[in-house]
Design a protein around this ligand. Structure first.
Ligand code: P6P
Length: 329
């Protein structure tokens, strides 16, 4: 019988993750509850808009608000969590053990890709676990750490199956929810991304706004076997970063949400602390790369909690090519 997340952490298959067992258990519980809420929304009155907006100025779905509450409840109660920060909230929130000197910080996107909810498309939750600050006080500024300092990161993908992926620098592992048992069971250990690929993900609707390096890269992919790449490429765009990243961890590829010439996208769309940095840790641990086009995402020091950053991630050789095109430009 497959190993549960609890037994995996107990067995110390990854010492870094095992040290974080309490907070990973809290996150797994919250993701399990969010999975149920998403599946049952149609008959629990949880579909549609909440009638409120978030700090990003976005209209919140009822499930955005509920997922945020479920994550906050689980993390606030966890003795290992000193504070947490959400995409939905302006500032961080202290946990019930804010002065715990061995405690950690958690930044999360409670429901990524919620525009897919109305079409029963994939959505997910993303989380980043950082070391807590010295001393016994903690606040929003303590979250402004470069991604390389993360202790662990992960996501839950609410798709045909609910899958929880967690990783540290030592490796990335996937657990699939056994709904009957209410347990996440180990389904893949040591996920790896091939250095080459033939699949790219980008929202091609913004093509006219792209900067030259991205236009060149995508154009060469589209030129196929008769073009400079000498092979055909496939394209996917899930409108949920979690689903695109999960596909890359399963079968390779690249995911691009670049900066473009629109005033609203000068730094891209995705948020550094709870979307780009956690995914970058997972991708690097699986042998891939994650870049802004100008530097590794893991090296970027955030200036603010909700800072956006361009994201180019996935197959090593492809991201190296994109970095080279940015250097040439
Ligand atoms: P667009 C979801 O809103 C999200 O933050 C990511 O999960 C996703 O990859 C991207 O935005 C989709 O953006 O511009 O295609 O709607």
């Amino acid at each position: 019988m497959s190993m549960t997340l609890h037994d995996f952490l107990l067995a110390k298959r990854d010492a870094r993750l095992s040290e974080l067992a309490p907070v990973l258990a809290a996150l797994a519980q919250a993701c399990r509850r969010i999975s149920t809420a998403v599946r049952c929304a149609a008959f629990t009155g949880q579909t549609g808009l909440a009638g409120s907006g978030n700090v990003q100025g976005e209209e919140q779905k009822k499930l955005d608000v509920l997922a945020n509450r479920l994550m906050a409840e689980a993390l606030h109660a966890c003795p290992q969590v000193r504070a947490f920060a959400s995409e939905e909230d302006e500032d961080s929130t202290p946990g019930s053990h804010a002065a715990n000197p061995d405690g950690v910080l958690v930044a999360f996107d409670p429901l990524d890709g919620s525009s897919n909810l109305d079409i029963n498309g994939p959505v997910g939750s993303i989380f980043s676990i950082q070391p807590g600050p010295p001393g016994d006080t903690v606040g929003t500024a303590d979250f402004l750490q470069p991604g390389r300092q993360q202790l662990a990161a992960g996501y839950a993908l609410y798709g045909p199956a609910t899958v929880l992926v967690v990783g540290s620098v030592a490796g990335v592992h996937a657990f699939t929810l056994d709904e009957a048992r209410g347990e996440f069971l180990l389904s893949q250990s040591g996920l790896q991304i091939a250095p080459d690929c033939s699949e790219f993900a980008i929202n091609a609707a913004y093509q006219r706004h792209w900067h030259a390096p991205v236009t060149r890269y995508v154009g060469e992919c589209l030129a196929g076997r008769d073009g400079p790449r000498g092979k055909d490429f496939n394209m996917r765009w899930m409108a949920a970063m979690v689903a695109d990243v999960h596909r890359i961890l399963q079968r390779g590829g690249v995911f691009l949400y670049p900066a473009d010439q629109r005033a609203s996208a000068r730094q891209g769309k995705l948020r550094l602390l709870y979307e780009a940095a956690p995914m970058a840790l997972l991708v690097h641990a699986a042998g891939g790369l994650a870049s802004s086009g100008h530097e590794p995402i893991l090296d970027i020091l955030p200036a603010s909690l909700h800072e956006r950053v361009p994201v180019l991630l996935g197959a090593r050789h492809e991201i190296e090519r994109l970095n080279d095109y940015h250097r040439q430009a």
